[in-house]
Design a protein. Structure first.
Length: 111
């Protein structure tokens, strides 16, 4: 059974709308997370310890950041949510401003 041209166009259109919808939902969730962090998070200064190459569908470089919470806990973690590039945005040893979730300090973003 073969599909006609109009059926193929309709199928392609439906799939495109579905994929676009998934992308839009992901972007909205990312913006909401950032809004929530800015509203309830704690600002502090962290230090980029190193940059890590992350392999996947695309290869990107993300910073590993170390910072201390208000309670004195040291957190060292890969920054997973910001824009990632092939070229490191930050150098090892560079100070960066971050906002972290006080309930889960591993949830942070560079601002």
């Amino acid at each position: 059974m073969f599909l006609s041209d109009s059926q193929l166009v309709a199928l392609f259109g439906c799939c495109s709308v579905l994929v676009l919808g998934v992308i839009i939902v992901g972007v909205i969730k990312a913006f909401q997370r950032e809004i929530d962090l800015k509203a309830t998070g704690i600002r502090t200064t962290g230090t980029v310890v190193r940059n890590k190459i992350c392999w996947g569908r695309t290869t990107v470089v993300r910073p590993v950041v170390r910072f201390q919470t208000q309670s004195g806990q040291t957190v060292e973690r890969l920054e997973e949510y910001g824009v990632a590039l092939l070229i490191p945005r930050y150098k090892a040893g560079e100070s960066v401003q971050i906002i972290y979730n006080p309930a889960d300090p591993s949830d942070f973003t560079i601002v």
